[in-house]
Every structure is written in C-alpha cells, then in structure tokens.
Design a protein around this ligand. Structure first.
Ligand SMILES: [Zn+2]
Length: 151
C-alpha cells in the first residue's frame, strides 16, 4: 500500500468532488481498501494526470499532506477540508444527539451541505458564505452539547 506521503510526493492532489454512495461498501478505498460511503475523488495535478477514489480517512489526510508539501510552490488549493470535517461532526451529532439540536437547525442539514459541496461549481464567494454558515452551526451545536454535558 502506497503511503499518503509517497502519494503526495508524486504531485499536488486536489479534491475534485465527493461521491456519496447509496450504501457503505459498494466501493473500496483505492489506497487502503476500507469500505466507502463518501468517495473523495482526488486528482493529481502533475503529468500523467491521475484520479484516485479514496475514503474520507485517506482523503483529508492526502489533501492536508499534499497542501503542506506543495503549497509553498503553487497555490491552486481551496480549503474544502475544514468545512468537510465540520460537516462530519455535525452529521455525527445529528445522529447521536438529535434531541440537542440547536435552535434553527434542521436534522439533515449537514448532509444537504455536503451534497452541495460534492456537486462542486461553487464560486469562491459562495464557498466562503457556506463556510461561514457551517462554522456557525458547528459552534452552536458544540455549545448545545457542552451545555447538556454540564447540566
Ligand atoms: Zn483509504
């Protein structure tokens, strides 16, 4: 199995989009073989171009390592990773603590935003606005969980 670092050394990788599979396990991560639900479609930016379909464990790590390794040389990166990680938290909390939803938060919101990001085509401005909403909701939910834990 190729290490993430070795993959990143081959060239900078960019997340092109995320495929949401109908069922976990319909496809395996091309790097580590884990069963996938969210497929991070990563494209290597150097020739020969390559597209790898990997998991939501390998994907963020590859993006991060690639960004660290290459960011000083070129700057085509978008910061999708933080937003997606926040959405992972939110989706998990929705599942585990639906009773602690913050005000003005609808169940299923995280999944909807994930689909919007997955569809791609967001302008830099739209991405920024979406990022603002995601961070605000993550903060609100975190606060609600903390209040519950304290009380
Ligand atoms: Zn993997």
């Amino acid at each position: 199995m190729l290490t993430i670092r070795a993959m990143a050394a081959m060239g900078p990788w960019i997340l092109t989009h995320i495929d949401v599979l109908r069922r976990r396990g319909d496809e395996q991560c091309q790097r580590c073989g884990e069963n996938l639900r969210y497929v991070w479609v990563m494209e290597k930016q150097t020739e020969p171009k390559e597209v790898w379909r990997i998991g939501s464990t390998c994907g963020p790590t590859l993006e991060l390592v690639s960004e660290e390794m290459w960011n000083k040389l070129i700057k085509p990166f978008t910061t999708s990773i933080d937003l997606l990680l926040d959405l992972e938290h939110l989706a998990k909390w929705e599942l585990e603590y639906p009773a602690l939803l913050p005000r003005s938060y609808e169940l299923g919101w995280a999944e909807k935003q994930r689909a919007i990001i997955a569809a791609g085509d967001l302008t830099a401005h739209q991405r920024m606005v979406l990022g603002h909403h995601i961070r605000a909701k993550e903060k609100a939910y975190r606060l609600s969980l903390r209040r519950h834990a304290a009380g």
